[in-house]
Design a binder for this molecule. Structure first.
Ligand code: FES
Length: 105
């Protein structure tokens, strides 16, 4: 699926991410700045925080309780906040757009 990662300053990176990978893994594999993913996807660091574009919120599913509590440690959390390691890419998410928060710049 094509995923657009938008840096805090508006720089866009459009990359193809294989189904089954997480949105975080797609960013790390393509050297996209702004997603540090210190814990490697274990939902234990909150440095993979992204804002999901409104249009895509319903398709990216709901947060687990663990993700919710981890997000408490992230800065600038909004209703669109997700941990990108907890969003799995599939064909349904083709065109997904996420923005990285300023704190991860
Ligand atoms: Fe650590 Fe997502 S990579 S919480």
């Amino acid at each position: 699926a094509k995923v657009t990662y938008v840096e805090h300053d508006g720089t866009e990176h459009v990359v193809d991410v294989k189904s089954g990978l997480s949105v975080m893994e797609g960013a790390v594999k393509n050297n996209i700045p702004g997603i540090d993913a210190d814990c490697g996807g274990a939902c234990a660091c909150a440095t993979c925080h992204v804002y999901v574009d409104d249009a895509w919120l319903p398709k990216t599913g709901t947060k687990s309780a663990m993700e919710e509590s981890m997000l408490d440690f992230a800065e600038g959390v909004t209703e669109n906040s997700r941990l990108s390691c907890q969003i799995k890419v599939s064909d349904d998410l083709d065109g997904l757009r996420v923005t990285m928060p300023e704190s991860q710049h």
